[in-house]
Design a protein around this ligand. Structure first.
Ligand SMILES: [Zn+2]
Length: 235
């Protein structure tokens, strides 16, 4: 186990106000010119290369379910792994800035890639209003806004809304999940997506049911084309 001196947490958090020098996954000081993961953690958890292929493992997950232009995820998600820790920090430890850093990082990584140059508008999967108030931010939106900025594409919120908090979908089959989620989300503002290629962003893709429900709403609501993006996806 890594030795962490007792003075380290307050000392580094003080420095961190000015310079992001601590690895967000392992807490080691970053010596390299790297934004949030040290070289060691980057080797353990490299970004996916999904963005290099318009048709890939991510789009394959939705084959026959949702018509996609392309889809990509910054990382693969392993329960208990480094990316799990990053997501936990973003969601439960008031770190929207980390979602923004990841969005800038990924946006710059894919900026020159042809598939993502065809997108007109970026939006994100909404949280229920009460949850967003409680958390203070929507982590998917923080990531999406930064991606949109890096790509020079407009971001719009309020296109989709979440009507109610969803109880756990655990134990439901795919059809039951879709039914439950279709009642949970709604298209609130269809005008901006009319005849546009929309990039829909979420934090983590596991079963894909949420992205499928929201993506259907966008396509049925007039989007000409749909692409998906997440911070992390299950392998
Ligand atoms: Zn590290």
């Amino acid at each position: 186990m890594q030795y962490v001196p007792r003075w380290r947490p307050w000392f580094t958090s003080l420095l961190d106000l000015f310079y992001p020098i601590i690895c967000e996954a392992c807490g080691r000081r970053i010596e390299e010119d790297s934004e949030f993961l040290c070289m060691h953690c980057q080797r353990i958890q490299p970004p996916t290369t999904l963005h290099l292929h318009r048709i890939n493992e991510f789009t394959g997950h939705f084959r026959g379910r949702l018509q996609l232009h392309t889809a990509s995820s910054l990382y693969y998600y392993v329960p208990g792994g480094l990316v799990h820790q990053l997501i936990e920090k973003i969601k439960y430890r008031k770190r929207p800035d980390l979602a923004t850093s990841l969005g800038n990082y990924y946006g710059n990584m894919i900026a020159d890639h042809h598939s993502f140059g065809q997108i007109d508008l970026v939006t994100s999967v909404p949280l229920h209003k009460s949850k967003q108030i409680q958390r203070g931010y929507n982590q998917s939106e923080c990531f999406a806004v930064a991606v949109a900025e890096s790509l020079g594409i407009q971001y719009r919120n309020g296109i989709l809304v979440r009507h109610r908090s969803q109880n756990s979908l655990t134990g439901m089959d795919r059809f039951q999940r879709m039914k439950a989620l279709q009642k949970t989300y709604a298209l609130a503002d269809p005008a901006p997506i009319s005849n546009r290629h929309v990039l829909l962003v979420d934090d983590v893709m596991t079963t894909g049911a949420t992205l499928e429900a929201c993506g259907r709403l966008l396509l049925e609501g007039g989007a000409s084309s749909l692409s998906l993006m997440t911070i992390a996806m299950g392998h």
